[in-house]
Design a protein around this ligand. Structure first.
Ligand SMILES: Cc1cc2nc3c(=O)[nH]c(=O)nc-3n(C[C@H](O)[C@H](O)[C@H](O)COP(=O)(O)OP(=O)(O)OC[C@H]3O[C@@H](n4cnc5c(N)ncnc54)[C@H](O)[C@@H]3O)c2cc1C
Length: 369
């Protein structure tokens, strides 16, 4: 084992949106950051690449040049005859190619002075003393004051350092379908009691996917075959290519960090279960993990307790999504009428104005926006 002599303020494991956001905010206060990932960039991440307006407010990078489409026209379909069409000039979210977004985010993060190392295997995370935590990967041992687990839904950091495991994973398949110039290019969600599907327009193709967001043994798990059938029916014989699948980290309600080891994003299970949005919570959890460390170093409370205050508020927000998901997937007919009569317009306006779900529902916002 080779001991790396330098001691870092933070070691971040995972260079997706959660890890890169955390790294950039830490670097704004000049902290020493080591970022580890098992992949070199660019790398593929299964994702539809929809980034909501509220996410843009917190991103430490400008992504305008990566935007391939803006969701100004949206359709929510509940059955063959029941759909709701909505419009807003700003648009509820922007569409990027996820691999391009992550690669740009990663490269911008390196420019801030973060040290990056590609690793093969994360082996252990142990408290060395009151101050330092020792991380072992490949043939290396390295110390830091804080460890951030930003390694996604299958988090190894979570497995090595937390008792709370995710026992009910949900997942989704996604792929590419050609987009023709005569198409309407509407952003669409399609719901039924066995899950959800989406059609997200990009410049020359649609990202089309299918998945389950509610883990219930009564609900049949979505398969690749379901995606083929969905595309064949919806696109009249057009084919789907480059299909990949991945879990979505959604079991984070009630998660609390411990002893300077923080999980963020999907590693903590912070994606919501209504529409499967995870990038927003990855970004804000990465940001608030960093701000907690910075506040603590400036003489405040312990960083763990500051981060946990944020997580409690985020849990309230996730609970609201989870209640919505129970109605949406359990009672599609009621959901259709609610969307048609008042909720659809409210959602479209709220998302387009960058509001959180609690703000849209008229509650006092539980998160700093
Ligand atoms: C099919 C699909 C479609 C989706 N569509 C959307 C969408 O349109 N909009 C949206 O907001 N959300 C969407 N999501 C959810 C979103 O992709 C995630 O919530 C988001 O990527 C979480 O970001 P993260 O940084 O926490 O983790 P990730 O993006 O998963 O990044 C984790 C990083 O950690 C690295 N890593 C993993 N294991 C290790 C290890 N052992 N050691 C070192 N590094 C490791 C990985 O290489 C990766 O770079 C979708 C998810 C799926 C599966």
């Amino acid at each position: 084992m080779k001991q790396i002599d330098k001691t870092y303020d933070a070691i971040i494991i995972g260079a997706g949106p959660a890890g890169c956001t955390c790294a950039q905010y830490l670097r704004q206060s000049d902290l020493k950051v080591l970022l580890l990932d098992k992949n070199n960039f660019p790398r593929h991440k299964p994702c539809a690449g929809g980034i909501t307006m509220k996410t843009i407010k917190h991103l430490p990078i400008n992504v305008e040049h990566l935007v391939q489409h803006t969701a100004r026209n949206m359709k929510f379909s509940f059955s063959k005859d029941r759909s709701v069409e909505l419009q807003h000039d700003t648009g509820s979210c922007v569409m990027v190619i996820r691999d391009e977004f992550d690669n740009y985010f990663f490269e911008e993060t390196l420019k801030t002075g973060v040290q990056f190392q590609k690793i093969s295997k994360l082996k252990s995370i142990k408290h060395k003393d009151d101050q330092l935590i020792e991380v072992s990967f490949d043939d290396y041992l390295v110390n830091a004051q804080y460890i951030i687990g930003a390694d996604g839904a299958n988090s190894k950091v979570r497995k090595l350092s937390h008792e709370k495991h995710h026992l009910h994973p949900v997942s989704a398949y996604e792929g590419k379908v050609s987009r023709y110039s005569e198409d309407d290019a509407v952003t669409e969600f399609i719901f039924n009691d066995s899950g959800y599907a989406w059609i997200f327009p990009k410049l020359d193709h649609y990202n089309v996917g299918i998945g389950n967001l509610v883990n219930d043994h009564n609900i049949k798990k979505r398969t690749k075959e379901d995606l083929f059938k969905f595309v064949a029916k919806k696109f009249n014989g057009r084919e789907i290519a480059d299909i990949t699948a991945f879990p979505i980290g959604t079991e984070g309600i009630g998660y609390a960090a411990k002893n300077n080891i923080f999980l963020v994003g999907d590693a903590a299970g912070l994606a919501e279960t209504l529409l499967g949005e995870g990038i927003y919570n990855a970004v804000i959890s990465g940001k608030y993990a960093a701000l907690s460390i910075i506040d603590s170093k400036e003489g405040g409370r312990s960083a763990t307790s500051i981060y946990n205050s944020f997580l409690r508020k985020l849990s309230n927000e996730l609970t609201l999504y989870s209640k919505g998901a129970k109605i949406l997937y359990g009672f599609p007919k009621i959901s259709y009428y609610a969307m048609k009569l008042w909720l659809g317009e409210k959602f479209m306006t709220g998302y387009s104005n960058g509001q959180t779900l609690s703000e849209i529902m008229g509650k006092k916002n539980s998160l700093i926006n």
